[in-house]
Design a protein around this ligand. Structure first.
Ligand code: EPZ
Length: 425
């Protein structure tokens, strides 16, 4: 199904509605996208079960289809068969739509021994260089050439190597891992990203015959195999960022919500912060229930960093909650160098937010409805949280950003008692 939110749509949100009920999580966007990319390595189709119905998945499906894959929705799942992929040339117009297009490079180099791709798009949250990806390809025996518009990677063969990543980049770990699974010999990746979504892709590749040890830790040991075989179905991990977004929305607005389909182990850091706040948490297998108890409190100091530290993808949502809390919050952003676009918009609600070179300082206050504009996915979610917590009516423009990563955002929150209407300008 094609995600149906027009580029121009806005949300009109009436604030101060208590949120109550059950919220069922989607599967992780960043895992589903990466598995779609990794499936290029696999002969025979893959059924990604419970694949989120979001526009990033639609856009990546369009890229895969353009290079010869068959991609189709089957109920809640997404069937991807890459047997017919005939080209490792990725068109610019599609690459610029999402960051995850870059995650096709490793699988394409592994399969075709060559890939040509344009610099990827994605959220504007700071400089997003790709040097670690390219260094990884070089270490695996490829030649890398680039100009202003495109990167060309060519390898007469891919050969296992010892690679220490300069930074535990999620995308570079995915690309190196995918390229190494069919390289000759052993690859050791040090300082690898340990995010649950990276482990998920390793689990998927292993299901298809790859030999990967250490997934979910900072050292990956990969023994190259000749071929990977599909015909498998794979269910991505729960979306920990959606989970955190909902919990922070409930803390900001007040309410009592059971979030079902969660993996609490994957968001320990946020749960610890919530335990110190004005709410009770009950965890029962895959259900995290939050019951708020008065006004949220400031979070004091929060530092984003790679997993298992506090996720950068929850920074704006935590800031929105902090903006309406009692007390002070200092967020230090160490992953992206300018994930602060949302702050200017938060101020329109009356938030007391100061942007510093490496983060934001927030003194919580009462928010009032405002007209704001989402400029990226998580920042857009943050604005919706602020609007739900504010007194009066708000308009959030640019909600196509939110549709990139949150399936049925409006419907799921309205079912909890929020008042969100989609309006066209
Ligand atoms: C992935 O992006 C996610 N995207 C992001 O999700 C997430 O914020 C990020 O990982 C960190 O967790 C997808 O999975 C599609 P990185 P990625 O490479 O792989 C620097 C969301 O909201 N870096 O780990 O692009 C980079 O500039 C999003 O769902 C280099 O310097 O992130 C950044 O500062 C947005 N050189 C840091 O590393 C490189 O070659 C982390 O980036 C690569 C990265």
């Amino acid at each position: 199904m094609i995600c149906e939110i027009s580029f121009m749509s806005s949300y009109e949100i009436r604030g101060k509605k208590r949120l109550e009920g059950e919220y069922v999580l989607q599967r992780a966007k960043n895992s589903a996208l990466a598995v779609m990319c990794a499936s290029v390595l696999v002969k025979g189709g893959t059924l990604i079960k419970d694949c989120p119905d979001i526009s990033d998945v639609d856009n990546l499906s369009a890229i895969l289809t353009r290079i010869g894959a068959v991609v189709r929705r089957t109920g809640d799942g997404l069937y991807v068969n890459t047997d017919g992929v005939y080209s490792s040339y990725l068109p610019e117009d599609l690459c610029e739509k999402l960051r995850a297009s870059l995650f096709l490079a490793g699988p394409l180099v592994a399969r075709f021994k060559a890939a040509s791709f344009a610099y990827p798009g994605g959220c504007s949250i700071g400089a997003r260089p790709i040097d670690i990806h390219l260094d990884g390809f070089s270490k695996l025996g490829a030649e890398v050439g680039k100009n202003e518009k495109r990167v060309n990677v060519f390898a007469s063969s891919t050969i296992g190597a010892k690679i220490k990543l300069r930074y535990p980049s999620v995308g570079a770990t995915l690309n190196v891992m995918c390229c190494a699974v069919t390289a000759k010999g052993e690859t050791v990746v040090e300082n690898a990203a340990a995010e649950p979504e990276v482990k998920d892709v390793a689990d998927y590749l292993s299901l298809c015959g790859a030999k990967i040890k250490g997934a979910g830790t900072s050292v990956l040991i990969i023994d190259g195999v000749e071929k990977l075989y599909g015909g498998k179905s794979f269910t991505p991990v729960p979306d920990r960022i959606e989970c955190g977004s909902v919990l922070l929305a409930v803390l900001a607005t007040g309410g009592e919500v059971a979030v079902r389909g969660a993996n609490p182990a994957n968001i320990c850091n946020l749960l610890q912060k919530l335990r110190d706040n004005a709410c009770k948490l009950h965890i029962n297998n895959d259900i995290i229930s939050i019951i708020t108890n008065g006004r949220a409190k400031g979070f004091e100091k929060v530092v984003t960093a790679p997993y298992p530290a506090f996720p950068t993808d929850l920074h704006p949502q935590l800031a929105a909650c902090a903006a309406t809390a009692a007390g002070r919050t200092e967020i230090t952003e160490t992953v992206f160098d300018s994930r602060f676009n949302y702050a200017r918009q938060l101020k329109r609600f009356g938030a007391d937010v100061t942007v510093n070179p490496n983060g934001v300082t927030i003194n919580g206050t009462d928010l009032t409805g405002a007209n704001v504009k989402a400029e990226d996915l998580r920042g857009g979610m943050a604005l919706c949280i602020a609007a739900m917590a504010a007194e009066g009516v708000s308009t959030v423009e640019g909600v196509s950003h939110i549709a990139r990563g949150y399936a049925s955002f409006k419907e799921k929150f309205n079912a909890l008692g929020a008042s969100i209407a989609e309006i066209d300008p």
